[in-house]
Design a binder for this molecule. Structure first.
Ligand code: ATP
Length: 132
């Protein structure tokens, strides 16, 4: 089975660097399945898990926005933050979810709802990735 190189990079570290068979990512305008020899493109990503197929296994990686660049034999994802399932602190993500939900439910003007909505998306992405 042919492969492509997947690199996921944040300002802090290289989160993932492996040869894989397929990458399924959530672009802002829809889901994208990327196989080797895909046409080159760049797309912004949603805050969501990406799905990576490698041999018979499949894994999720939490990707918190950013961009995906597809080249012939390589996919590079640049994001503010990203985590593999094993690196996710589930109780921290659950606390972040609670906090964001309380802020969204609150009538208190001090909370920026857009910011709370994004924090909720990150927390849900981490919970989903960690429970894969
Ligand atoms: P929190 O409110 O818990 O800090 P957050 O969504 O505001 O969550 P980010 O700003 O997205 O956090 O991330 C800051 C750093 O902490 C990044 O390096 C990110 O990978 C890491 N991080 C955040 N939450 C978790 C988690 N639940 N498990 C592991 N790493 C996390």
């Amino acid at each position: 089975m042919s492969t492509l190189r997947l690199e996921i990079v944040t300002p802090e570290r290289i989160v993932y660097e492996q040869d894989v068979n397929m990458v399924i990512a959530n672009g802002v305008s829809g889901q994208l399945g990327v196989l080797p020899n895909h046409v080159p493109m760049v797309t912004p990503l949603k805050i969501a898990p990406i799905r990576v197929k490698k041999g018979n296994s499949e894994e999720l990686i939490a990707v918190h926005g950013g961009f995906m660049e597809v080249r012939k034999e390589k996919v590079v994802i640049l994001a503010e933050a990203a985590e593999q399932g094993a690196d996710i602190d589930l109780s921290r993500a659950r606390q972040a979810k609670e906090r964001a939900e309380q802020r969204l439910a609150s009538k208190n003007e001090q909370y920026d709802h857009k910011r709370a909505e994004l924090a909720l998306q990150r927390a849900l992405t981490r919970i989903q990735t960690s429970g894969q």
